[in-house]
Design a protein around this ligand. Sequence first.
Ligand code: ADP
Ligand code: MG
Length: 301
Amino acid sequence: MVDERDEYYINCEDLFKIYKIADLEVVALRGLDLKVRAGELMAIVGASGSGKSTLLNILAGLDQPSAGRAYVGGRDLLTMGDSEMVEYRRRHVGFVWQQTGRNLIPYLDAVQNVEVPMVLEGTAPRDARERAIELLRAVRMDHRLHNHPNQLSGGEQQRVSIAVALANNPPLLLADEPTGELDSFGADLVYEIFSDLNREFGVTIVIVTHDPEIAARVDRVVAIRDGRTSTEIYRRVEFEAGAPRVYHDEFVLVDAAGRLQIPREMLEHLGISGRARVTSGESSVEVLPEKERQRRDSERR
Ligand code: ADP
Ligand code: MG
């Protein structure tokens, strides 16, 4: 039997992260499942505090999960040793932060910033320069090679940051609200670049955002609510009379234990809280407000 884990580049199952501050425990991830295929361009959306950054930091090897399973490229993030973790962060994953200032060194110019991770890895200076210029071209910043971060717009800084994150050619790029501080023009360009990099170099890309427009920009959007993945939206393009039409299909995720999360809007709309009736039909399962069932029963009588 093929191990299902091999099929996915990222495979998280029943993942928990509990932060302890003094006597207080905060459960940031509570049984989260997430699977991402190699070469996917996908986004994670969710309200503030839902656990998006916690998940991304775990995938980046910057934080350790408390329990569950988390594999990236066949590596087990729960049991990885310190030196392996350092190697993982340097070569196997690139990270872009929301705050442009956190991604770049202010006293270095764009090309030098991109060279830094390569120099740390022992790449020869000439090779590092060549690759830095190539990467800056890929993020459409080759006209600004010798500008310092404070001479660039927010969007331009983020594009240089993406080049820095890809310096050592990692197969995975993670970005935590990369457009959070940009205007819509700057954000659009950043999304275009993610799409270019994904298509041209096959980099697997996971973008965390709360931009509702993201669904149009990626193949798949997974929504996180209260530390668990709840729904998923796929983009599907169909050709009708020769013209492409884009559809968005929405699914609720059901985990191995049969748990699912019904979007809050639906619960509120139906007046469901605490418990509900579940009835099983031939090819469907219905979740009904308790009162609705009683009403239907009395109608039948
Ligand atoms: P998001 O990125 O979706 O806004 P986070 O992952 O940052 O959410 O946070 C999820 C929850 O975990 C929040 O309740 C937050 O307060 C808590 N949290 C995040 N990081 C820490 C930390 N280092 N220590 C304690 N609690 C944290
Ligand atoms: Mg966050």
